[in-house]
Write a protein that binds this ligand. Sequence first.
Ligand code: ARG
Length: 459
Amino acid sequence: MTNRMWGGRFAETPSEIMEEVNTSIDFDKRLFAEDIAGSKAHCKMLAATGIISADDAAEIRRGLEQVQSEIAAGEFTFSRSLEDIHMNVESRLAEIIGPTAGRLHTARSRNDQVATDLRLYVRGVIDHLDEQLKGLQRALARQAKAHADAIMPGFTHLQTAQPVTFGHHCLAYVEMLGRDRERFAGARKRVNENPLGAAALAGTSFPIDREMTSRELGFASPMRNSLDAVSARDFAIETMAAAAICAVHLSRFAEELVLWTSAQFRFIKLSDRFTTGSSIMPQKRNPDAAELVRGKAGRVIGALVTLMVMMKGLPLAYGKDMQEDKEPVFDALDTLSLTVAATTGMVEDLQPDRDALRAAADSGFATATDLADWLVRVLGLPFRAAHHVTGALVAKAEAKGVDLAGLDLGEMQAVEAGITEDVYSVLTVEASVRSRRSLGGTAPENVAAEAARWLKLLG
Ligand code: ARG
């Protein structure tokens, strides 16, 4: 049998491999709710504009509702020979209501239909992700509030740099996630434009009302160029870009969880709920969830690259290449949603080991910068000179096997005669973090205030 939906001019059936390469129903059935919502809006508009009769519209609506409940209940038989979700729905509609079903596709094409469906789908996922990301921010801000004053080493090059607080570290991710949410919100604006009514590529000779379908589907406005409407996928690319950046952020945090749970760091503990054992090494508690969040970033970044390469160099308007947009979009958004949920779970679960954090901050001469700053502030040394003196003192302490506060005043004065007893007041990690009250700095009072500000904002 030739294809029922477009087989008019075809005498032969497609080769098996043609069907295999052409079909998208296995994955685009996920768009069924959006497809039916789009069809209902289109049908309502066709009736309102007098393009189809009110009776036909009512029939079509009833049929679409039945199709929707059959699919939702898992009672629908999808057919690969009907290619995609659009034709599977329409074909079943015809079985239910008869030839009237054929009126639904007036002034429409699968080209504007699929663009509409995907936009509706992506919009819905963005809204869900925003809630999830907000939840993750909240979990991090709560940890920040609880541990605003838990001192830990801050790193650059993964070498001890200066002491910071655990809360400050958590809030760094709250900021990143805030920007991620803004990026998604920015993408959402451009996702939320209505391509329906562009028809195949040129618009239609029927007197359609695109403002009406926009309103029905919650789109901000109709897209203003029919060629653009059916061939634009930058809305999906942009969403993938936001997703990829967000996945990169999650992977950085995940990597820190992996490091911090190791026996070498012992900065935090993850409970049995987020770790697994080894089948051979009984002592192990592996941070698998964190490793998977780290690893899955690759899929999300891959989706962005897949879409850009697929679209690159495509002439206007629609090309079947574009059917390849869906799997990466679905996979990336599923993956991101799952990894945000796993990360939120871990953040809620984790317990920082405040003693281990504090002890780690004490090693590695974390207050060397404080010493240099003291030499500048109190003795009036140029910073470069102060840096040099501090370097010499660090070398001395290292040779003696003590931290900076372990050098006695005489040993210090041998390097810089002007140093006084007062210097010891800046050599503790507590004094160091307390002094960093500059806007955005790590002082516990700053961190507590920032955590409170975020928690209020996040509601
Ligand atoms: N399944 C197709 C896609 O996802 C729908 C649009 C097909 N349009 C066409 N003229 N063959 O892109």
